[in-house]
Design a binder for this molecule. Sequence first.
Ligand code: HEM
Length: 299
Amino acid sequence: MSPPSATAVFLVLTLEPGGATVAREVLGEIEGLTRSFGFGHPEGRLTCVAGIGATAWEPLYGSPRPAALRPFRELAGPRHRAPATPGDLLLHLRAERPDLCFALAAELVRRLGDAARVQDEVQTFTYYDSRNLLGFVDGTENPVGDLAADTALVGEEDPVFAGGSYVVVQKYLHDMDAWGKLGTEEQERVVGRTKQTNLELTDAPGSHVDLNTLTGPDGSELRVLRAAMPFGRPGHGEFGTYFVVYARDPEVPATMLRRMFLGTDGAAGPDPILDFSRAVTGTAFFAPSARFLREASAA
Ligand code: HEM
């Protein structure tokens, strides 16, 4: 998952009635297709992760099912809402070159044909030194190496689904005018890090970083793996962050979202970043290992 890729495409689709057989076949072909499209261009680092939503699991793969797979639950806070929107399948394509993502996405959509309907498609890009469109470096505190795998991948707790990951995606649109009216120091207190030098502030209670710093019962930090990417159409006034998070335990990002949108038992929140960022989609998936997808489509 890390380091961040130069470009990513996100496709969220719903299954059409009777589409499960074709969709299962196509999902099983992703590994080989990614190899075919990426083979001559190793520097392009083309990858594609597929996620399956809770209600699509049964028609696609029956049982057993990933133990913690649930639909995304809408959150309605005092000031902000995180809507739940339709989504049975997620395709998260990443590469150093937009053409590789484009070509693979086009082939996958073509093969899915009438089996699935595209609900949302967003082409995203890395902006300067991994900044979001609010101007802050995004992704710094992501775990790397073994810790990233341990954070994102299901292990022995659910052996059939080991190597898979729970995924949440949300599309956010930013109010750039309102954000631009804040001074840099105020923006830094919203995020909880400095803008230019990307250092964590030690005294920013209630900031985005503060609300998302969680510790478990044993005092260790509860982590997730994020791969959020900017997108937009300046000519349409659209400036956004496509948020995606991978977790071994989906309760961790769910807790973060509750803290952001609902606050923390009256002590802090909701998250001030939401005054400038509106969630317009929300979907949850389980991304099985490539091996699971391959074997399930051959069965
Ligand atoms: C508009 C949407 C969002 C924006 C623009 C945004 C931006 C940022 C930025 C700039 C940072 C600091 C640098 C870093 O460590 O990455 C950060 C940290 C973080 N964000 Fe977000 N974020 C958004 C949504 C979310 C959501 C929905 C979640 C959780 C479900 C989340 C979880 C986190 C976590 C866990 C951290 C690291 C906290 C730490 O320092 O340990 N973010 N985010």
